[in-house]
Design a protein around this ligand. Structure first.
Ligand code: UDP
Length: 484
């Protein structure tokens, strides 16, 4: 159903990190396809990248998608290096707290835009908790976009309310998540520093995020009902939130060109070269390895991954990211690339992940369990080897392994700020074993079948009459009724 009223105008305001901007751009494209006038709010240095993604989408969409820039605060005000308007441009992730603080200064110019344009709704990232107050000042409903699963949203609430990790006597002792569907167990090492008493600053920030969410109009979720029914219901009933699952958002990119340029990122791999390479491989024979846009493993960990892939005997495509681009390749075992010339591709930079995952040659996905990646794995119907690092990734791992049963854990034990478990590197034989379990053994067969089933459900959810399709229509109707 299109937005017949055609008068809705919605602001989308993503946090400036790939895991947030990519699904938010998808969301704006999706809403525009429904006839909503959409405006993406961002800063000047981010605008050209977003613009590129939109250009690719525009040829297929009808309604306008605008970009509106607001000035990023100056170096004098933030202490950040010149030109750092996106998390990926920070020289070190230690500057992340300063970056969050800097975005707080966007409030004034953002409110100026609200005053001038008075949209019908603001969809703003969870990391901008102040946007609920800003929107309220102008009588505009604010929807929160976390970029998380319902499972993780519920788990965060449970951690906040009951602090179950306090009832354990040692760090690696398992505890049960109370008042939570299913028998889900975790350890204190995995819950994240923001729940621990020692990180006062992070705790305060999460409190603000929570309070702003409670006072917001509701929550839009990049998920689909069928993949986490119990948690979607629980989130709404138990925690009293209005929430709309409208994903998987990645599926709004229908054409190959759109998928290649998703989020405005140019793929660094010569697309034809890797496609040609994948085309020569048999179905389900290649392991795809990627840890999202932020994870920075120590070199020692990279070496173990390389050795594990080699020992598995499988062909692979391994995205090591931009930070490895200009580094001497001492992080690889000696002679690795020469030996693996026929076996694998190492991508030093950005890969069009959603496009790669849907290639039939891909048989397993080694993932850090960022929610975008996890959902993209679900959409592609590929079983996963889970290797969570930070953020809410340990929760997503539990969903993949214990609820959906479409993956095996490599054995990551400890939450960290995007750098992997420094004390307990995962050794090569754990990587080898996980790859073999998924790709060779009988248990892998069950995972593959279930993964295919969820992939089918995901595609069905966004088609006319599907759950996400209907949820989006219901949301738009509700917003339209508020505007009259
Ligand atoms: N991504 C990509 N190519 C890369 C690295 C990442 O397309 O080389 C995309 C990936 O498909 C996903 C997003 O970047 O959409 C990463 O988000 P996620 O939530 O998985 O992890 P984060 O980067 O936030 O840790």
């Amino acid at each position: 159903m299109a937005n017949k009223d055609a008068s809705l105008h919605i602001f989308f305001f993503p946090f400036l990190a790939h895991g947030h901007t990519i699904p938010c751009i998808d969301m704006a494209i999706l809403f525009a396809a429904k006839g909503v006038r959409t405006t993406i709010i961002t800063t000047p240095l981010n605008a050209p990248i977003i613009s590129k993604a939109i250009e690719k989408a525009k040829t297929h969409q009808t309604k306008e998608i605008n970009i509106q820039t607001i000035k990023f605060p100056s170096t004098d005000d933030t202490g950040l290096p010149q030109g750092c308007e996106h998390v990926s441009t920070l020289p070190s992730l230690h500057l992340l707290p300063a970056f969050h603080k800097a975005t707080r200064l966007l409030q004034e110019p953002f409110e100026q835009l609200l005053r001038e344009q008075h949209p019908n709704c603001v969809v703003a990232d969870m990391f901008f908790p102040w946007t609920t107050d800003s929107a309220t000042k102008f009588g505009i409903p604010r929807l929160v976009f976390h970029g998380m699963s319902f499972f993780s949203l519920c788990a965060y609430e449970v951690m906040r309310l009951y602090e179950p990790y306090n009832n354990t006597s040692f760090d690696s002792e398992l505890f049960l998540l109370p008042n939570f569907p299913g028998e889900i167990k975790m350890t204190r090492l995995q819950v994240g520093s923001f729940f621990r008493k020692d990180d006062v600053e992070a705790k305060r920030f999460w409190k603000q995020i929570h309070e702003s969410e409670v006072r917001s109009y509701g929550v839009v979720v990049n998920s689909f009902y069928e993949v986490e029914k119990d948690y979607a219901d629980h989130y709404k009933k138990e925690f009293g939130r209005k929430a709309w699952a409208i994903g998987p958002l990645s599926l709004c990119n229908k054409e190959k060109e759109q998928k290649t340029c998703r989020g405005g990122k140019e793929a660094c791999v010569d697309e034809n070269a890797w496609l040609k390479w994948l085309n020569t491989k048999t179905t389900g024979s290649v392991v795809y390895v990627c840890f999202g846009s932020m994870t920075e493993f120590p070199d020692s960990q990279f070496r173990e991954i390389a050795l594990g892939l080699e020992a598995s005997g499988k062909e692979f495509m391994w995205v090591v990211g931009k930070r490895k681009e200009n580094k001497e390749d001492q992080w690889l075992p000696e002679g690795f690339e020469k030996r693996m010339k026929e076996k694998g591709i190492i991508v030093r930079g950005w890969a069009p992940q959603a496009l790669i995952l849907e290639h039939e040659a891909i048989g397993a996905f080694v993932t850090h369990c960022g929610w975008n990646s996890t959902l993209e794995g679900v959409v592609a119907g590929v079983p996963m080897i889970t290797w969570p690092v930070g953020a809410e990734q340990f929760y997503n791992e539990r969903l993949v392994i214990e609820v959906l049963k479409i993956g095996v854990a490599v054995g990551a034990r400890k939450w960290s700020h995007f750098v992997g478990d420094e004390d307990g590197d995962i050794k090569w034989d754990a990587v080898e074993m996980a790859v073999k379990r998924v790709m060779e053994e009988e248990e892998g067969e069950g995972m593959r079948n279930r993964a295919k089933l969820f992939a089918h459900m995901a595609k069905r959810a966004v088609e006319e009459g599907g759950s996400s399709y209907s949820n989006l229509d219901a949301l738009l109707q509700e917003l339209a009724s508020l505007s009259h």
